[in-house]
Design a protein around this ligand. Structure first.
Ligand code: ATR
Length: 290
C-alpha cells in the first residue's frame, strides 16, 4: 500500500528522492508511512532524474517542498542549492534539499555525515556506555569511494579525530579529497595490501555489491582481518558480500540501513517540522529490506 493515499488535493505537499537509479530506494516506504501515521498531507515519490537543474526548473511550484538526493546527484544538488548548510558546504555534497517557506529558496543539507557517523560510533561503543570522546578518535578510518557519500564520511572521520585514508578507483579523485580533508589517498588496487595497523575501520561508499551484482566486493576477504569494524553504505541486499565476509573475519559490522534511517530522521524533521516517528520508520525499513 505504498501509494495508497486516501486523498490527494490542492494543498498536498510533494516530496521525493532524486537519483539515477532510484527504483531500489526504500525512502518512499519510510516517508509515506510516516506522513500517513500523523495525517500529514504529503506524498513522497521516486524521481528518476538525469539533470537536477532541469528538474528543479520544471518543478518550481511551492508545493514541491523537499527532496532527498542520491547517486549520482549529491554534488549537482549542492550546485543547485540557493542556501547551503555550512557542514554540507564543507563536505562538498548534499543529500537533502528543502524549499524554505519564507522565500521559496532551496536550502541544501548533508545528513549522510551525521547519519553514518552516529551508526558507526554506536557500533564501536562497548557495553552501551557513552565514551567521553568519540571512539573514532585516533583510529585509522579507511573510506572506499570519493563521491558524495565518500566525501561526507571522510569529513566525518576527520571531524571525529580519526586518521583518514581514501581508497578510490580513480586515484585523482581520492587525492583531491584527501588534500581537502587532510588524509592519505590510495588506489583501490592498493587496498588489499594496506595494513599500517590492526583494528582499523572500513567504510564502503561505492555501489560495489549492490543488487543485482551481489557477488562483487571492493576488498579481498584476506585483507579484512585488519579491520575491527566494517560499514557498507549499500543496503540492497542488507547483508552484502563485504559485510558477510567481514563478519566471518570477526569484525563488527554496521548495516547501510542504519545510516539510511538516521539520515531519514533528519530529513523528516526538515520536511515537516514535526516530531519524527522513529520506531515506525525503522519498522517499515526493516520490513522492506532483507
Ligand atoms: P555517491 O554520491 O552515492 O557517493 P557518486 O558521487 O556517483 O555516488 O560516487 C560513486 C563512487 O563510487 C565513486 O568514488 C566511484 O569511483 P570513481 O571515482 O572511480 O568513479 C565509485 N564507484 C562506482 N562504481 C564503482 C565500481 N564498479 N568499482 C569501484 N568504484 C566504483
Amino acid at each position: 500500500d505504498l501509494y495508497n493515499f486516501r486523498y490527494i488535493g490542492p494543498d498536498t505537499k510533494v516530496f521525493g528522492i532524486i537519483g539515477n537509479p532510484v527504483g531500489h530506494s526504500k525512502s518512499p516506504h519510510m516517508f509515506n508511512a510516516a506522513f500517513k501515521s500523523v495525517g500529514f498531507d504529503g506524498i513522497y515519490v521516486p524521481l528518476l532524474v538525469d539533470s537536477v537543474p532541469n528538474f528543479l526548473k520544471t518543478y518550481s511550484s511551492p508545493d514541491f517542498v523537499g527532496y532527498s538526493i542520491t547517486i549520482p546527484h549529491k554534488m549537482a544538488g549542492l550546485e543547485c542549492s540557493e542556501e547551503v548548510d555550512p557542514i554540507a558546504k564543507a563536505i562538498g555534497a548534499i543529500n537533502c534539499l528543502v524549499r524554505r517557506p519564507s522565500d521559496g529558496k532551496l536550502a541544501g543539507y548533508n545528513f549522510d555525515y551525521v547519519g553514518a557517523i552516529e551508526a558507526i560510533e554506536e557500533g564501536l561503543q562497548v557495553g552501551g556506555s557513552i565514551a567521553p570522546r568519540s571512539p573514532l578518535a585516533g583510529k585509522v578510518f579507511v573510506v572506499i569511494g570519493a563521491g558524495g557519500a565518500g566525501k561526507a564520511l571522510a569529513y566525518g572521520g576527520k571531524a571525529k579525530g580519526a586518521s583518514v585514508v581514501i581508497a578510490n578507483r580513480t586515484l585523482a579523485s581520492a587525492a583531491e579529497l584527501a588534500g581537502k580533508v587532510g588524509g592519505k589517498a590510495i588506489s583501490l588496487d592498493e587496498l588489499d595490501d594496506f595494513a599500517p595497523e590492526d583494528g582499523m575501520i572500513l567504510l564502503n561508499t561505492t555501489s560495489v555489491g549492490m543488487k543485482p551484482k551481489i557477488n562483487e566486493t571492493p576488498i579481498s576477504k584476506k585483507a579484512l582481518k585488519n579491520y575491527a569494524l566494517v560499514f557498507d553504505a549499500v543496503y540492497t541486499p542488507k547483508l552484502t558480500r563485504l559485510l558477510k565476509e567481514a563478519q566471518e573475519s570477526g569484525a563488527s559490522i554496521v548495516y547501510g540501513t542504519e545510516m539510511l534511517v538516521n539520515q531519514a530522521f533528519r530529513q523528516y524533521e526538515q520536511f515537516t517540522g514535526l516530531p519524527v516517528p522513529k520506531e515506525l520508520m525503522r519498522e517499515v525499513l526493516a520490513k522492506s529490506t532483507s
